[in-house]
Ligand binder design. Structure first.
Ligand SMILES: Cc1ncc(COP(=O)(O)O)c(C=O)c1O
Length: 390
């Protein structure tokens, strides 16, 4: 007798046989490969290179598998400790920063990175304002370095980046005046708002057209007025997991950034990713499942509701219960990161020492909270992948 469906029942058997006795993360490698191939095939059709969003997959073996499967050397990094680990593990990678970093982080990078990685050729710092460009220029002058810079465009997300022509002209003029210190590699314009905004503000198609028209205008300005700076192979990055599939006919941008869609946590249950399969779960043991939930100072409420409590090992993660299907958070009892409580139907066969499964809402924070990830394929644990740490 099992409380799980076939998929989770098999997963439970595989994990128990591997000695799971505490909360653990599981990646279903077969589903991961399915997702990887969906993205790869799409990019082939649409004619884009793929850049792996490292913060969403902060696990070197996972990044390595993705890069291999996609035949891509491109990473997008968002965190200095991960960036330093990337250049060590992937010395031939081409790395674009996904957010503008304090100039102090640039200085720290130059103190700590190791050759053979060559930042002048392989690293693109993301610049959002003329002021930050000036800070980077000062640093480059002081250190006698050349920094490759990619300019962040605000294409409607309003999370930062260049939002007006005057700032763009100021920044490109600055780069032109300092060819020894600064080189221009292209633009990054992230467009998550296209699928996230309420539809009353426009269809995804309409919002994408608007965002691409801004992108197009910025490219045109740079090409026409700063032709001398325009790279032979410009880096024109866009998209993310929720939007990549909307870029089939995008002939302007050269590459798409994708990370989370490969594991498909809950926040990525969006219409553009229906073909992707959830591939990341938390598994944790049931510690106790008393016959009725008794609230301190109150009569036996759960018994009245036909439910019984399930205390689990750990809890309060950025995740929702997924199996057994009747397992639900119990909102009245307080939450606990040590032994959280949920409820199941009173007649459930879920028992102490069984495992329950949760699906993370996102991957970037959750992946770092459990130590090594168990990788399962065809009914076996095939690897344990350690994750990045700060
Ligand atoms: C600049 C940028 N590009 C792309 C992404 C997409 O990442 P993911 O594919 O993991 O959603 C993000 C996510 O925050 C981002 O900030």
């Amino acid at each position: 007798m099992t409380a799980h469906n076939d998929y989770f029942n098999t997963l439970q058997a595989v994990l128990l046989a591997d000695g799971v006795c505490a909360p653990t993360l599981v990646i279903d490698q077969d589903r991961l490969l399915h997702n990887l191939d969906l993205v790869r095939d799409f990019a082939k059709r649409s004619g884009h290179d793929l850049r792996v969003v490292e913060k969403s997959l902060p696990c070197p073996d996972l990044l390595s598998l993705v890069m291999q499967r996609w035949g891509s050397q491109r990473l997008m990094s968002f965190h200095l400790p991960f960036l330093l680990a990337d250049v060590k593990r992937f010395p031939t990678a081409d790395i674009l920063l996904g957010k503008p970093m304090p100039v102090a982080a640039v200085a720290q990078f130059y103190r700590d990175y190791q050759p053979p990685f060559d930042p002048a050729k392989q690293l693109h710092w993301l610049i959002d304002t003329p002021q930050r460009l000036q800070q980077y220029l000062n640093f480059a002058q002081l250190q006698k370095l050349t920094l490759q810079v990619c300019i962040e465009l605000d294409v409607g997300l309003h999370r930062g980046g260049v939002a007006d022509e005057a700032s763009l002209i100021e920044m490109l003029s600055c780069i032109r005046q300092h060819p020894q210190q600064l080189s221009f590699s292209g633009f990054m314009g992230y467009d998550a708002h296209v699928v996230k905004l309420p539809r009353i503000l426009g269809s995804a198609k309409q919002l994408l057209a608007k965002s691409m028209s801004i992108y197009q205008q910025r490219v045109q300005l740079a090409k026409q007025r700063f032709a001398d700076l325009w790279p032979v192979s410009p880096l024109l990055n866009t998209a993310g997991s929720p939007t990549y599939r909307l870029h089939e006919n995008n002939a302007l941008c050269t590459e798409l950034a994708v990370g989370s869609a490969l594991l498909k946590p809950i926040d990525f249950d969006v219409p553009t990713l229906t073909a992707h399969h959830p591939a990341l779960f938390i598994a944790t043991p049931v510690l106790k499942t008393p016959a009725a939930l008794r609230l301190p100072g109150l009569p036996d409420v759960a018994a009245i509701q036909g439910r019984r409590p399930v205390f689990i090992y750990g809890g309060q993660w950025l995740a929702d219960y997924v199996s057994p299907s009747d397992l639900k958070q119990w909102p009245i009892y307080g939450r606990s990161s040590n032994q959280d409580v949920a409820t199941v139907n009173r007649d459930s066969v879920l028992a102490v020492d069984d495992l329950v499964f949760l699906r993370p809402t996102q991957s970037e924070a959750v992946l770092l909270q459990f130590g090594a990830i168990r990788v399962v394929s065809a009914g076996r644990v095939v690897a344990h992948w350690s994750v990045y740490n700060d």
